[in-house]
Unconditional design. Structure first.
Length: 310
């Protein structure tokens, strides 16, 4: 998740281990590549979004608790970024349509720019791009609509943006539109939550994994590894991997009356501290220098890995 150009899958298959890869991607162009690889290797291509993952697993007959590992690679693939006709990146030499869709979704980036009002567009750019000049950009877009009728190409949009914001901010605006068009942050959230039950769960996993001395190497649970290139996505991963079950499951109406005061039992405390995940590393991992030299695209990558805990 996602297959992309197949780099991670190719590496896994070259490990000489007895492994079958379920290659999921929402992009039909990526799935075509997966089917090509499947002609000679144990690859099972599956077209669909992260939010459909449970339905797709069931369709394949994949049982819950049966996967050894899941890799989630967040954001656009090389296949998408390198094609100017997809409109994902702002600085291609060749012009292209402002599309940015990862699949055949109904809304393009051009639709967003030519439809939303100033306030909503500014909120979108601020929320999904963390761009401080969001209001200025939104106003410029709306003003431009009255002058040139519509904004439809990457170069046209970049020319407009370059007159009011810096290059780094242009990239943020593109990121914001892409995330919005593909609902990427919600899709990542779905992926982590919906796919957790499909990982193997070691029956020896303790209910309380707060003990720092617990030997994780003795557990045989499945691992999820998530690679995020941006802070917004990494924040979602961190929240999932570090939060306790209680964060989302506490019932606000279950508090006892004030005159019924008693110490919580061990069972009560275990429920509070019970985790969905056990992080394998204390901090996020960054690529080493040799990795960046071999693959410059990995420079901004952030990797987090965790064992299934429940």
């Amino acid at each position: 998740m996602t297959f992309g150009s197949g780099g991670h899958t190719e590496y896994l298959l070259s490990s000489k281990k007895d492994v079958t890869v379920i290659a999921m991607d929402r992009d039909p162009a990526a799935i075509e590549k997966a089917f090509e690889m499947a002609k000679g290797y144990p690859v099972v291509p599956i077209l669909g979004k992260f939010s459909d993952s449970a339905k797709l697993m069931n369709k394949l007959g994949i049982r819950k608790g049966s996967l050894r590992g899941i890799i989630i690679d967040v954001g656009p693939s090389k296949l998408q970024e390198d094609d100017p006709k997809r409109g994902f990146t702002p600085f291609h030499e060749e012009d292209g349509p402002l599309d940015m869709r990862m699949d055949d979704g109904p809304v393009t980036a051009a639709d967003v720019l030519n439809t939303l009002d100033t306030e909503y567009l500014a909120k979108l750019i601020k929320t999904y791009g963390e761009e401080r000049n969001a209001k200025k950009v939104a106003q410029a877009v709306v003003d431009a609509r009255f002058m040139m009728m519509s904004i439809s190409s990457t170069k046209q949009f970049c020319q407009l943006l370059s007159s009011i914001i810096e290059t780094s901010s242009i990239v943020k605006v593109f990121h914001a539109l892409r995330r919005f068009v593909n609902n990427e942050l919600n899709e990542l959230d779905y992926a982590i939550e919906k796919m957790r039950p499909y990982l193997i769960l070691d029956p020896n996993t303790p209910s309380n994994v707060q003990d720092k001395g617990f030997p994780l190497e003795q557990l045989d649970s499945g691992v999820m590894a998530v690679i995020a290139n941006q802070t917004l996505e990494d924040r979602i991963v961190k929240d999932h991997f570090s939060s306790s079950v209680a964060d989302g499951e506490m019932d606000p109406y279950s508090q006892k009356p004030i005159n019924v005061l008693e110490s919580p039992t061990t069972g009560d405390m275990n429920k509070v501290f019970k985790k969905n995940w056990i992080p394998l590393e204390k901090f996020v991992l960054f690529p080493q220098e040799d990795e960046v030299l071999a693959n410059p695209r990995s420079k901004a990558s952030k990797l987090r890995c965790a064992l299934r805990a429940r």
